[in-house]
Design a protein around this ligand. Structure first.
Ligand code: ADP
Length: 419
């Protein structure tokens, strides 16, 4: 098996989001959790490597991404996609720009395009400004994100300090002139180019125009559209048989470390329906997860249950002022990872997890190396399947703002109804 389209995602839910859309588009995809072993053979023409490189120092994100690229190229990839969040989650130091620049350099240079738009989930880019629903990014709930508060909606302004140069812009009027017009405009644009996209058709046009670029970057919608455009040009990316939803016997749990606005609604909704435990970062920092582990052990193994650290922005700010941004994030992630592992040991086999960083921590604690991607629960959130210590496990890894209010019930009902 040769890799034809290699993808690097900067967090786990980003990777499952991309995988879910690609599977919906009919592509043959395998998802790797973390850097694959150097000798690991490719399993699909589309391989997605899920890193945990959104946060942390840019040098580390660059180094991990370059290693992922080396594995993808060794497997045959000549076209590469770098997937990040549709809300362009990053800090002024990076890591989107530095990673894209390093990947581009390793691939021999040229141009790359940034298209985070995901119209189906209300993320649109117009004149270089990112909108979430009807709000500019910096007025959306993303302004209060615990780790990457987004305080500007101009992607051009956000990217500039990250790459040390002014990016270009493929604007909507140009896209509306068609793929040929976009392609003809490229020679006059710099190496790093932001792309507008308001509707799915704009993304399709961009993808058709940009199949010649060795590196493209953006959200899941653009990645899936590029995969389809490459398949239409003859790359054998299309799968012959689907990964079906299958029943996974055992217990179930919902774990949430996301504080995003949609997750807060989902947690509030679900906490009214099932036994629920709220984690307090300050208690976790002082006493560890012992009390939460006792609560978990006291629950009937097969019954639905929810454990969450999800909190309102003022509570998050209070925890961060005591423990630091990284410190409070880490203490919550470690606790949820420990609880996930304990839940597995108690017979839990179906996991719904909210939060990108949180999902990374949970998947790490379960020791999952690769995921088969099944059908979507909501746009960008598929059920995925893995083997953990010889046992079949199903995981739904949800990025903060994805899914509707009843997402958790819907996710569990979908897999419990599988025959
Ligand atoms: P999302 O997908 O919504 O961005 P993430 O899991 O990626 O969610 O990020 C949320 C971060 O917030 C995690 O690092 C998590 O540990 C941290 N966190 C969760 N609950 C709290 C809390 N109550 N106080 C401070 N930080 C928190």
């Amino acid at each position: 098996m040769r890799i034809r389209f290699g993808c690097i995602a900067d967090d786990f839910t980003g990777a499952t989001d991309l995988a879910g859309l690609m599977v919906r588009a009919g592509l043959d995809v395998t998802l790797r959790v973390g850097l694959p072993e150097t000798a690991a053979p490719p399993q699909s023409p589309v391989e997605i490597v899920a890193l945990k490189s959104r946060m942390g120092p840019a040098e580390e994100a660059v180094a991990a991404s370059r290693r992922a690229l080396a594995w993808l190229r060794q497997g045959g990839a000549k076209r590469v996609y770098f997937k990040y969040c549709s809300t362009f989650d990053s800090t002024a130091q990076g890591n989107i720009g530095p990673v894209a620049a390093a990947l581009l350099a390793d691939l021999g240079g040229g141009q790359t395009v940034y298209c985070p738009a995901f119209p189906e989930n209300g993320r649109r880019v117009f004149m270089g400004h990112l909108f979430v629903g009807r709000l500019p990014l910096d007025e959306s709930p993303m302004k209060d994100h615990p780790l990457t508060p987004m305080r500007d909606s101009s992607l051009v302004r956000l990217l500039q300090p990250q790459i040390g140069a002014a990016p270009g812009l493929i604007d909507l009027p140009l896209i509306l002139q068609g793929a040929g017009a976009v392609r003809r405009a490229l020679p006059d644009l710099p190496a790093h180019i932001i792309a507008d996209a308001v509707g799915d058709q704009d993304i399709v046009t961009l993808a058709q125009a940009l199949t010649g670029l060795v590196l493209t970057t953006g959200g899941s919608a653009f990645g899936a559209a590029l995969g389809l455009a490459l398949a239409r040009e003859g790359l054998p990316l299309v799968r012959t048989s689907a990964t079906a939803l299958r029943p996974i016997p055992g217990g179930q749990i919902t774990l949430s470390g996301s504080c995003s606005a949609m997750t807060r609604q989902q947690v509030a909704h679900y906490a009214r329906l099932v036994p629920a435990l709220k984690l307090d970062p300050l208690v976790l920092a002082a006493e560890g997860p012992g009390a939460a582990l006792n609560w978990l052990k006291a629950q009937p193994a097969m019954a639905p249950k929810l454990i969450y650290a999800t909190a309102e922005p003022d509570e998050v700010a209070a925890a961060q002022s005591r423990l630091g941004v990284d410190g409070s994030g880490r203490v919550v992630e470690q606790a949820l990872a420990t609880l996930a592992r304990a839940a597995f040991d108690l017979g839990t086999r179906r996991f719904v997890v909210a939060g990108g960083e949180t999902s990374g921590a949970v998947v790490g604690a379960l020791g999952v190396a690769s995921l088969a991607v099944g059908p979507e629960i909501a746009p960008g959130v598929p059920w995925t399947f893995a083997r953990v210590e010889g046992q079949d496990v199903a995981l739904a890894l949800k990025s903060g703002n994805f899914g509707a209010e009843d997402f958790f019930t819907r996710a569990h009902a979908m897999i419990e109804g599988a025959a």
